[in-house]
Ligand binder design. Sequence first.
Ligand code: FES
Length: 149
Amino acid sequence: MNEALQKAAAALGLSEYSRHIFLCADSSEPKCAPVETTHAAWEYLKRRLKELGLSGPHPLVYRSRANCLRVCTQGPIAVVYPEAVWYHSCTPEALERIIQEHLIGGRPVEDLVIVRNPAAQCSPPAAAGAAGLGESVPGALRRPEADSR
Ligand code: FES
């Protein structure tokens, strides 16, 4: 790996964060919500993660804006990893709950959940450790039994 790439990864804290939230915002073809709604949600998410000390050079939560997460209804749409919990209606009010309850507390916000990916694991907060993650990192990728013919 070249030095510039190592520096970029270190500056972003890519080896440090515990959870990663993707939010559909500012889409070039907004379908899940009006672009003003998704933009406001993205700005809120950025501001709150910074205010709470969760983002920055040593992030506990990494955030990414997605052009489209392909759900395209009842947005803004978000997904939180490593648990792979998908959320609908991510207004600032909903995002505050997702930040407090899931990103910090480790408990998905059930009434906003669209679906969970069963390939991921979700640890209870007690098992989550100091950074909120603990042993919940999914194992190596593998194909389901039915596909391994
Ligand atoms: S436009 Fe938001 S999920 Fe597709």
